[in-house]
Write a protein that binds this ligand. Structure first.
Ligand code: ATP
Ligand code: MG
Length: 388
């Protein structure tokens, strides 16, 4: 395929914040954009040149998207893989429906990791009552995760013993699940990479992630965030996983680092990822620009991190004080701090737990950046200290 050059229209399935930042990166490079999302107020739809508000499975909507856009990507993995397949008949689509279908399903995803020689958490597939009975004792206590449609810790339940496991599987409606052993985590990290149709791959430095209540809260990227060996192993595992899929696009692979130093893969996202948002202000090319480049078939240059960075996720909770009294977060005070970069996604209704935006803090020196991040967190009412 020859490159699709600026001036053309690029399309995205899904109008959330990831779609919005894709649209913004594409527009910065001179592309026109088309978003398909059923919500007329979607964050990406609001800033896109074209916004088709239909369901993802709507054949007319998909045809309109394919009519407008010369190439199409997706911003979330729960879009029906069939929609991508349908679009791929008319237009280049990346990532492929196959890759997205694997990432959508924890059972297939784990099988893919194993086939690439990358170790994941000890687990058992539970699709039948017989498999439930046969679960080995050493997987308990564990976490029962639905095979499909989980995100931000939704669709997950911690289970201490067999009785709790059986109850949790019932509560999940006996849908296909994976039981994972509850692991003693030291910390979590992720790698965002981009792979072109020719197999060329570039990646960002490994990112250290802190989750609260199953949702990403803080990402840090600096030379001391993990050992060079851990970072190298994570990058090499992420590359194998992408190569094994013949992947085209931006891919994020999330890892657990255990207290004994072992590195296990957790899951992958076939798109830019929340843990890669720091790249927007601390690298010479962001994960969203790389998504545009892979989609358009443009050359990929290895990203260069020019600043150390901490990213704070801004959830809807910050718009409330004492639980339910609305407040406006102290943006002006936060923006008075050096090296702060505010990204808000244009969502009109803040709700507890809803991802409303993120704040990147960049600088030359991680101690200074951490000091600023703590200060910003205090102004916003985020828990301090930021790390653990
Ligand atoms: P997202 O897609 O937003 O990353 P998710 O719903 O797919 O979330 P996971 O990534 O599977 O969920 O898990 C969410 C978090 O729960 C992990 O980042 C980790 O903090 C914790 N967690 C998940 N599995 C385990 C495990 N086996 N042992 C210990 N902690 C775990
Ligand atoms: Mg996760």
């Amino acid at each position: 395929m020859s490159a699709i050059l600026p001036g053309a229209t690029l399309g995205v399935l899904g109008g959330g914040q990831l779609g919005r930042m894709f649209v913004q990166a594409a527009q910065q490079m001179g592309y026109f954009t088309a978003v398909l999302d059923p919500d007329p107020d979607s964050p990406a739809g609001r800033v896109s040149h074209h916004h088709i508000h239909t369901d993802y499975a709507d054949i007319d909507g998909l045809a309109r998207l394919a009519g407008l856009a010369e190439a199409i990507t997706t911003e979330f993995e729960n879009v029906p893989a069939g929609a991508l397949e349908h679009l791929a008949v008319a237009r280049p689509v990346s990532p492929s429906a196959d890759a997205v279908a694997i990432a959508q399903d924890r059972i297939r995803e784990k099988a893919h990791f194993v086939s690439c020689g990358v170790e994941c958490a000890p687990h058992a597939v539970i699709e039948t009552a017989i498999q439930l009975e046969a679960v080995p004792d050493n997987l308990l206590p564990g976490i029962l995760k639905t095979a499909r449609l989980g995100y931000d810790g939704k669709g997950q339940r911690r289970v201490a013993d067999r009785a709790a496991l059986a109850a949790a599987w019932d509560e999940a409606g006996n849908v296909p699940c994976v039981l994972e052993k509850l692991l003693p985590l030291d910390f979590e990290c992720s790698v965002v990479l981009a792979r072109g149709a020719d197999g060329q791959m570039v990646h960002f430095p490994a990112q250290r992630n802190l989750h609260r209540d199953g949702v990403l809260a803080v990402t840090e990227v600096h030379p001391d965030s993990m050992s060079a060996t851990q970072a190298r192993r994570a990058i090499s595992a992420a590359r194998s996983i992408a190569d094994g899929l013949g992947y085209v696009g931006v891919l994020c692979v999330e890892f657990f680092v255990l207290q004994d130093g072992a590195l296990l893969v957790n899951e992958m996202a076939p798109r830019p990822h929340n843990s890669g948002h720091w790249s927007m202000d601390a690298c010479d090319v962001s994960q969203f620009e790389l998504q545009v480049r892979t989609l358009a078939g443009l050359p990929l240059n290895p990203p260069r991190q020019h600043s150390v960075a901490i990213m704070l996720n801004l959830l809807g909770d910050l718009w409330f004080v004492d639980g339910d009294k609305p407040q406006v977060p102290r943006w002006a005070d936060v923006l008075a701090l050096p090296g702060t970069h505010l990204h808000l996604y244009g969502k009109s209704e803040p709700r507890p737990g809803r991802k409303m935006g993120h704040l990147n803090i960049t600088g030359d020196d991680i101690d200074a950046v951490r000091g600023t991040a703590d200060f910003a967190a205090a102004l916003l009412g985020l828990p301090i200290p930021l790390s653990e």
